[in-house]
Write a protein that binds this ligand. Structure first.
Ligand code: IK2
Length: 427
């Protein structure tokens, strides 16, 4: 283009004029902080040391530290390929067979709302999307409160999800630093003093980040308080099967609440228990009074979803549904979930032994064994986690949370030795 013509184009279009003058339209946009969890993966990737270990993100790794595609998933994909499935749009609330099977997995086929067809359920962009749809639905239709109480601490994304949904976020006590266990008295006191009918977020199992769950007896007490205070329970179940190795045992809290007559909201994810992280498969559900009310709730969920992303992705839902609906794949999947949970538990035992017996690390480390699920809240301080990253190339979130699944026979000794040195102050 000739210089004169170029000048004319620049003069005619506002954005270009600004750029030509050296001022961009976006010059006022401040740099945001890196994500506290995914930022750790970026730092890990940039590290070239061969000893590096990533215990940041909660993604399962096999005994060789490699991402794991479940055998049941591979077989489901073969079945889908063989069926010559098309690539048409799904309905707004997703694949109906999948959402039905997801609800069955969570609530149990004998539960009253499942049998009565009163669960409004929609496919979601994994667990995050389920929480976001739920937050938006509650902000729009829950008549009693716009406040949601989260455990302190909670998964780091909960607060932004619910704030962006239009809810006010407050906290209830959950973690006791002294015992590195559940602050059950604090939790009960905070739930009792919350305004009546507030919304309360409960991690159904394998609490992230602490790895500490209430016992069944404690869940029964929590259910009583929720009933007494007429709180609205919103369960986040991102790890069904990962806590105990059994999907039905891990659904105990959800099923107990439902059996006690609570109406609940539930976010489900198939990222961890089927290893479908990047496929983004999840479900959001609400229990209603019956099919008529369910249909009305469904219609409003569609109105929330349509302007956000129109309809959910197909492939992951087909995989999950194939597994959930074919008995032989279901059985194989259950065995694989158990296998993943057991490998994590064996890492807990090894880490505990190495920290206490081999390296005589100062402090009490029993919580490494007693915590549940994918994560351990180690009790390491931010300066210790910083030193571990800078000097030992070991990456975890600044709060000292480690993804146990990142440990294996090849790196656990180096990890225990480095932690021990960090605690003794001689890393
Ligand atoms: N809810 C909880 C409690 C979660 O932990 C997650 C997944 N978090 O995984 C990343 C990490 O903490 O390292 C989710 C919901 C949502 O997960 P997704 O959207 O992947 O299903």
């Amino acid at each position: 283009m000739l210089a004169a013509a170029r000048t004319q184009t620049v003069a005619r279009t506002g954005g270009l004029v600004l750029r030509a003058a050296g001022v961009s339209t976006w010059s006022h946009v401040p740099a945001g902080p890196p994500d506290p969890i995914l930022g750790v993966s970026e730092a890990f990737k940039a590290d070239k040391d061969p000893r590096k270990i990533n215990l940041g993100v909660g993604a399962y790794r096999d005994g060789n530290g490699k991402p794991y595609v479940l055998g049941a998933v591979k077989k489901a994909e073969e079945a889908i390929r063989a069926s010559n499935a098309d690539k048409e749009y799904l309905p707004i609330t997703g694949l109906a067979d999948f959402t039905k099977n997801a609800a069955k997995l969570a609530y149990g086929e004998d539960s009253a709302p499942f049998k009565e067809n009163s669960i409004a359920v929609t496919q979601s962009i994994s667990g995050t999307g389920a929480l976001r749809i739920g937050g938006a639905f509650l902000a729009r239709f829950y008549p009693h409160s716009k406040v949601i109480y989260l455990p302190v601490p909670s998964w780091g994304n909960h607060t932004p999800i619910f704030r962006d949904s239009g809810l006010e976020v407050r906290g209830y006590k959950y973690f006791n630093k002294e015992t590195v266990g559940l602050d059950f008295e604090g939790m009960k006191a905070d739930l009792k003093s919350a305004p009546e009918k507030s919304i309360v977020l409960l991690h159904a199992c394998a609490h992230n980040p602490t790895g500490i769950d209430p016992t069944p007896e404690q869940w029964a007490e929590i259910s009583d308080i929720v009933k007494e205070k007429q709180l609205f329970p919103f369960f986040d179940m991102a790890y069904q099967g990962f806590a105990s190795g059994s999907t039905s045992r891990d659904a105990q809290a959800v099923r107990h609440f439902v059996s006690q007559g609570h109406q609940i909201a539930l976010a489900q994810s198939f990222a961890k228990n089927m290893g479908l992280y990047g496929e983004r498969v999840g479900a959001f559900s609400l229990t209603t009074s019956g099919p008529e009310e369910r249909a009305k709730v469904d219609s409003q969920i569609k109105i929330i979803v349509r302007p956000m992303y129109s309809n959910p992705p197909l492939h992951g839902a087909l995989i999950a549904n194939t597994i959930l609906s074919k008995p032989e794949l279901y059985g194989e999947w259950e065995g694989e979930v158990k296998g993943m949970a057991e490998r994590i538990i064996s890492m807990r035992d090894k880490l505990y032994d190495s920290l206490t017996h081999t390296h005589k690390t100062p402090g009490e480390w029993g919580h490494i064994k007693s915590q549940i699920g994918m994560f351990s809240f180690t009790g390491l301080t931010p300066p210790q986690t910083k030193a571990l990253a800078e000097k030992a190339h070991i990456y975890m979130t600044a709060d000292g949370r480690i993804s146990m699944a990142g440990l294996n026979a090849n790196n656990i000794e180096y990890f225990a030795e480095s932690v021990s040195k960090a605690v003794k102050g001689n890393l």
